[in-house]
Design a protein around this ligand. Structure first.
Ligand SMILES: Cc1ncc(COP(=O)(O)O)c(C=O)c1O
Length: 531
């Protein structure tokens, strides 16, 4: 490996036993004051049937310094967005300003009880209202609910709105014949799941050789009078802008259906193009990708749903609305009114609403981060971020084209897909390339997704990476391509710089060892590591 390319540097890297294995009888990380009350037998406190016999449930006996050093050491083996490029396609793993985290922790917001009255929550409601206004402007769709808790949840909310709209428009009897949801074969798996959960039958639209929705197939599927809608991701999961989007919307509308856009890839469009202007009826956004909350890690997400004026009556309740009159007897405490004497209220009075989809008003911390993100960027800054995200993906596309197979000719948007076609001739596959990338100090890209591309490597650099690191990444990938020809074994056995080498991922998935057990742990872990 050329040391100029590698980002990896020498590092103290001890072999680390599990915390359970570090346990020594009698060690403790705490001291309690002497007992100043009479000692009671355990049976007097905990009924016998609830007592365990397995000696402290196997808790490790360790000192404070054992614990601190153990967890600090293993924390240094992690890769994170704060360490460098995290090119996980379809995940928008961008660095977000610490300021947005600070805003989410402002005590008045963070400690506000979710059952606080409208009067006590005016500031929090104003944040929601203001964010709603910005997201409606960004999408070009005026109806909005911030309730959904994630992308898939926003999808489900959106298709439920479509269903409620069609039921109201056609009448229950007629609309029962309109239960087909069209979804391209490149879609994220959550799309068909959301449609199915909402009572639709899914029909799949083929992609063309160019990686776009096949218009002829769409027309054919729309000719049976049963189409309720289309769920389209744009840019699609291949990173390509569906340039026929207006024609696609026209075909679906002419067939009596509605267009749902999976907005998970809005990092490629914010501030540049608005789905509402393209003919889209309803969309969700991923605040946990595009608008500052980090994606992944199992934390909460937020998938606001935006829609046209016609669909707005069906959005979830309650809605956060601004009421102009301060003289209305039902308005909250007048001391809490805004300078123009308006107040913010929760409005439940939407009889056609699909109802509540989430407790309270949604995941509020994500909304604070998103508003901070929007306001600190400004609309010009949002546009610049989008342009940088697309430029970076195109820079990588250009940098790797000589060494890797790029299955679609079109210039990518925020992410670019390559395949292992050339390396496979030497027996080196996508998984091997991804593993070898770890040796160069990078988190691997998304692999084997989208499913319609054999050996896919989906690379999404995002806007938060500079030219220097883009060049390092390109050089690392090109170096791996050379290794695949000159020394395939090196790539096939990667990673070499990590504590544990290549794992048998199938065995790890099929026979996971999720709990430490004294007798068997060692042999089971060793079996997985050595296969
Ligand atoms: C295009 C697309 N749709 C749906 C999802 C699912 O998102 P979530 O995990 O928030 O439900 C993702 C995830 O990133 C995505 O990229």
């Amino acid at each position: 490996m050329d040391s100029n390319i590698s980002k990896v540097t020498a590092h103290i890297s001890h072999n680390e036993a599990l915390i359970f294995e570090r346990s020594r009888p009698g060690r403790a990380g705490f001291m309690l004051p002497p007992l100043d009350v009479p000692e009671s037998a355990l049976t007097e406190i905990i009924p016998a049937q609830f007592q365990r016999e397995d000696d402290l449930a196997g808790m490790p006996e360790v000192s404070e310094v054992d614990v601190i050093r153990h967890f600090t050491r293993i924390s240094t083996w992690n890769y994170s967005i704060d360490l460098g490029l995290y090119p996980l396609g379809s995940c928008t793993m961008k660095y977000n300003s610490r300021l947005n985290e600070k805003v989410a922790r402002i005590a008045g917001f963070a400690n506000l009880h979710p059952l606080a009255s409208e009067a006590e929550a005016q500031g929090a409601l104003e944040v929601i209202y203001e964010l709603q206004q910005h997201l409606a402007e960004i999408t070009g769709l005026p109806g909005i609910s911030l309730q959904p808790a994630a992308c898939a949840h926003g999808e489900m909310t959106g298709v439920m709105i479509i269903r409620a709209f069609i039921d109201a428009r056609d009448g229950k009897e007629q609309s029962a014949n309109r239960r087909t949801m069209l979804i391209p074969d490149s879609a994220h798996g959550t799309n068909p799941a959301s449609a199915h959960l909402s009572g639709f039958t899914v029909k799949t639209i083929r992609s063309t050789a160019e990686g776009l929705t096949d218009l002829d197939h769409l027309r054919e599927l729309c000719s049976h009078g049963d189409v309720a809608g289309l769920m389209l991701t744009n840019p699609n999961t291949l990173g390509l802008f569906e340039r026929n989007i207006q024609e696609i919307c026209r075909i679906v509308h002419d067939a009596g259906g509605l267009v749902y856009m999976d907005g998970a890839n809005m990092n490629a469009l914010v501030g540049v193009a608005r789905p509402g202007d393209m003919g889209v009826d309803v969309i969700h956004l991923n605040l946990h990708k595009t608008f500052s909350t980090p994606h992944g890690g199992g934390g909460p997400g937020s998938g606001p749903c935006c829609c046209t004026k016609e669909l707005a009556p069906f959005l979830p309740v309650p809605r956060v609305v601004r009421v102009a009159s301060a003289t209305d007897a039902s308005t909250p405490d007048s001391r809490l009114q805004t300078p123009d004497s308006s107040v913010f209220r929760l409005d439940f009075d939407f009889p056609q609403s699909i109802g509540r989809v989430k407790a309270f008003l949604g995941n509020y911390g994500m909304m604070l981060r998103a508003l901070a993100y929007v306001l600190t960027h400004g609309y010009d800054g949002l546009r610049e971020a989008t342009e940088a995200a697309v430029l970076n993906a195109r820079y990588i596309a250009h940098g790797l084209i000589s060494d890797y197979e790029k299955p679609f000719e079109a210039a990518p948007m925020h992410e670019v897909v390559f395949t292992d076609k050339r390396q496979a001739r030497k027996g080196v596959h996508t998984l091997d390339i991804a593993k070898r990338l770890i040796d160069y100090g990078f988190h691997p890209m998304t692999i084997y997704f989208p499913l319609i591309v054999s050996g896919a490597m989906l690379i999404e650099p995002t806007e938060s990476v500079g030219r220097q690191e883009l060049d390092q990444f390109i050089e690392a990938m090109r170096s791996i391509a050379r290794e695949a020809i000159e020394d395939p074994e090196l790539v096939l056995n990667a990673p070499h710089t990590t504590r544990i080498g290549r794992l048998d991922e199938a065995a790890a998935a099929r026979k996971p060892v999720l709990r430490w057990k004294p007798a068997q742990v060692d042999s089971e872990l060793r079996t997985i590591a050595s296969v």
